[in-house]
Design a protein around this ligand. Sequence first.
Ligand code: GLC
Length: 798
Amino acid sequence: MQESGFISLQNLTDVRVTENGILATLQHEQFRVDVIKASLLRFKISRGGEFDETPTHALAIEPIAAAKAAGVDRAFEVELNEAAGALTLTTSELVLKIQLKQFAFTLSRLDGTAVASSHGPAYRILNNDWSISRSAGALDAVYGLGEKTGKQNRRGRDFHLWNTDVLNPNASGEFAQAHAGTHPRSDNTSTEFDPYYVSIPFFHHQDAVTGHVSGSFIDNGYRGYYDFTAEDHFRIAFSGGQYTEYFFAGPSMADVLRDYTWLTGRTQLPPIWALGYHQCRWNNYSQQDVLDLASKHRELDIPVDTLWLDIDYMDGYRVFTWNKEQFPDVAAMLEQLRSDGIRVITIIDPGVKFDPGYEVFDSGLERNVFCLTEGGDVYIGQVWPGNTAFPDFANAEAREWWGDLNARHVESGIAGIWNDMNEPATGDISPLPMRFDRGQFSHEKYHNQYAMLMAMGTEQGLRKAMPNLRTFILSRAGSPGIQRYAANWMGDNMSRWDHLWLQIPMATGLSLSGQSFVGADIGGFAENSSPELFARWIQAAALTPFARNHNAAGLIDQYAFAFGKRVLDIARTAIKLRYTLMPYLYSAFVRCTEDGSPIQRPLIFDYQYDEAVRDLDTQYLLGEKLLVAPIFEPGIAKRGVYLPAGTWYNWHNGEAVESAGETHGVDAPLDTIPLFVKEGSVIPTWSEDVKSTADYQPVEIALRVYAPSSDGEYHSMLQEDDGLTDSALTGARVRTQFTVTRSGASIKVTAATSGAGFPEFRRERFRIQLIGAVAAEGNEVVLDNSGNGFEIGFSIGA
Ligand code: GLC
């Protein structure tokens, strides 16, 4: 992106206090500060004298109206000292100081710690581009920015935000060529390549000295550039649109993420089957092959919730059609699978074959819902079906049309939709002539939002077709707000050890950016996996939010059973562990939908003031209580695992490890993944073996209670509901809040419940197992319980 030639806008005049903050003249433009709430400010600068009030579809709410409705503190005071050329705006949490002449600002918390400040000229423009700079300490860390490669701490690198079909050299070549031949960024398969499929202009800035975190979100969908390479500042530039920035005070990462997901929306509560094991493959299956694959999983006792159909199920890659020869009776196939507890998900790409006579193409043309060129022709790209038209998702009518097509498609019994190639990928043809909203807007304005808008339309359609059911959409690309409609998988990875590692920081980066429902193709997509790589991959991925085995066409089989008995046993154990943990995992999703807290989270999220975890991207937490340390190198039987200060329990053998906040050597033979539980936790699990989540409601839930090593109170949560409908959101659930209290030699477990219950509920008991201490009463208690509170005590050897 252009570096030089920018003009800086300075000199604020004519400052007015408004209902929401301040408005001032900035040369020929206007500058505005809006107090959204005491800890959240918005800056805007006009272009052509006008403010764009809805720069993208990122926001889930109108923030000022929503803050007013919620009755939050929005009070502020402004002190203007024109003689000194200074202005101060103060809320109950923040102080904003602006130098009027130079247009420079500092934003701090009331205790004086920094949130953000300008570095040099606060705002510069060059034709369509604009650019800002922010001060930073040399050791400050940066997290988030969506789907990015490399280490989770983004400091020291620069990044482009432009949704890219990474493995296609036509799409990614420009970014590869910007680097010399041996640089890892010249290789689109390296773990440093940039940009990727999802672009999220939101990051957490951690002050190295205080450990406090603040957040910045720029609401702009154009091509963006974030440069974190300089020692004392960050530079941010966009190639169009207006400057709109939200500043989050923190000081905790959780506060920042809660507010960011309040603005852009949270993950919807998914259907529980979406948390099961998914089996996908790009392969030319027939109906019988699919049925056989299902039987094979059942025969081999491999739990599985879904089978996925990639592009070959269609008739000549025409979306919303079926290849009738390969799939003569889709309804019968779906019914048979469903009776075995298996659901089906099909791929739907945005590209519509340019094929007069094909119903979808004809109806799109007739309704004028395809993207147009400047001259008014239908834009044509090249995707799987050859010449391809693209739905104009920036247009509401187009989204509705698309939603209806999806609705009709799923009516036969398809459970969910997989959206791919939605960067949008246009093959060998440049996407730039593709314009939006009936030709009114440039490609750049909507490029990064394309996938989000596609998911928006798809979700509308699924809701129409199945009004009482939660929806499931998986998307490759995305932008802020994608989490409201879809999960993301991390695209075309490689069956390589370094890509197995990569899924850790990539997933945690996404989840710190509001998109928590993420996972990478298990076993790797491109190239052939090896037995050991596959074993290690499935062990790790079974403990991530979205667990789907997928591989590219023409490669060796990569099913859980494809690598011989030993690997099959490992895969089965890994998948079964996921199902055992289902109540815990599901409850972590419930939390995420309510406060944005990530599911696969970097340790920095929970241990923000522990310096040792700032650059730790070889392990993560699954929910708040489990610590996962995958093996991502061959031939390893032991690894170092960093355990924050406190007592942790080895999941596999219940052994306690006291940690002063240091790395511990942990055995990890091929059949074992290091997995630890935080003291004081109650981990709810399914006691029975299941083959999928379908129609399953447990009679018993086993609660693993991990003894606290010191006095105090520890909290955990379990939510049970029907797993399928929205009724849980309006109270049809049983939520149990556990408190474990240790006081000397006594451990008390209390449970308080809320919720109105639901018809399918059939739990009769809890099996409570105390781990990590020897109780006089015995360590296992079976307690009749159908959703009521309780209190039990254990007396332990102190
Ligand atoms: C893209 C997708 C991949 C899919 C393939 C064929 O490469 O990322 O998951 O299998 O297209 O549809």
